[in-house]
Design a protein around this ligand. Sequence first.
Ligand SMILES: Nc1ncnc2c1ncn2[C@@H]1O[C@H](COP(=O)(O)OP(=O)(O)O)[C@@H](O)[C@H]1O
Ligand SMILES: [Mg+2]
Length: 458
Amino acid sequence: MSLRQRLVGAVTAVTVLTLGGAFTAVSVTVNRAQERRLDRALHTQASEEAADVAARGAGAIEDRPGPAANDVGPLPKYGAVYSEGGAVLAATASLGASAPALATVRRPLRAPFDHWLRRDHLRAVLVRVPDGSGRLVLLAASRADLDGDERFLRRAMLQVFVVAVAWTILVATWFVRRLTRDHEVITRVVRRVAAGDLTARVASRSDDRELAQVGGDIDEMVARLEVLVDSQQRFIAHAAHELRSPLTTLLGELSHALRRARDAEAYRAAIEEALGAARRLNQLANDLLSLARLGAEVERPAVTVSLSEVIRAAAAEVAPQAAAIGVTVAPGGAEGAVAGQPSDLQRLVRNLLDNAVRHSSRGDAVRVSARTLGDTVELRVADEGPGVPAEERARIFEPFYRVARDEADDAGSGLGLAIAREIARSHGGELSLAPDDPAAPGACFVLRLPRAPNLTDS
Ligand SMILES: Nc1ncnc2c1ncn2[C@@H]1O[C@H](COP(=O)(O)OP(=O)(O)O)[C@@H](O)[C@H]1O
Ligand SMILES: [Mg+2]
């Protein structure tokens, strides 16, 4: 059962109980009051009839009009006089020969009671004739008026009751619908999102502050989900695209080499090409794995890492490549220690150094240094290359993004800086590109990490 149905049901049930109770009480009270009035009239007249019988014998029961218990006038009267033994001594014409046997109307004296005589419903009372003869007078009046009033009241109240309940259901339904309109919108949106429609929004205009807040939060959550799913899809498309080109080279070289017999030199050249493509594939697979691992990072125990050690190891890794193109990597002052993963931090610095070396020309220098500033450790990698064009600065940290001029160069896939930034963030820090400085052309990447607690360079 929906919330709406339950609310309408509850309001209706309360109305039915309250109205039903009130109407029953009114009907019982009114009927009782009328009955008491009739009883009083019956009583008075029965006493007078009995006194008459005592004074004048048994024949006087006809003379008097019936008891007047309503506003219309005297009621038809039924009366009979019984001997002590139960024989009918006299009866009104209304009873005629069919006066009831005393045994059937034998009740406590002076206590009014209901009695069915053929098809007439009567209110009756039995009194003693006050002459010591033991005779009894039965006086009865028709209940038809009383019963009619009771039926009328019951019918009228039933009609009011039905109308009131129908009205309550209508009003409650309208009101509950209004009240739960915003819940309904939220439910619909959540269902659509669950079914995969990320364009659904609550766009709440609710007057209820809390509901409006919930609606706003849901919209924000869905918007974030949309961005996330979108970027994941773009990531997968990029990854597939990047995997394809070395794979195409690899397959092309191998099938070309097999097409006909060649000399050793030609095979060697083909294998070298294939090996190059396989290396790029390997590199790409490693980078993708690193990103996936960093994205799903489980807390690993952090160790204190000396930045001078990290810089030394990373510089050693890029040294052969730097030497090959005549670039010097110059570690400057390097003090500072952070808490984290040594291999990740080394990879971060290596990615920065690798970029710097690749964008340098013969004779240029790449400078790398670290220092502690209060609670932060700052590491800088600066080169003398062409720098990053202003309009692309914001995007170079995106996975697969490469500055237009470097797109043809197949040494990288555009994941290096994305990985570096992820590592920085997983260490509670940030990696950014320093603003352009006309005095120092080239790119300068700045890594800021929280200083290892209570430790300096170790
Ligand atoms: N030191 C740098 N000097 C100039 N451009 C750089 C430098 N480092 C990175 N970039 C630009 O940022 C892009 C993204 O870098 P990265 O994520 O490491 O990818 P990749 O090195 O595989 O191209 C590079 O393609 C390059 O255009
Ligand atoms: Mg790179």
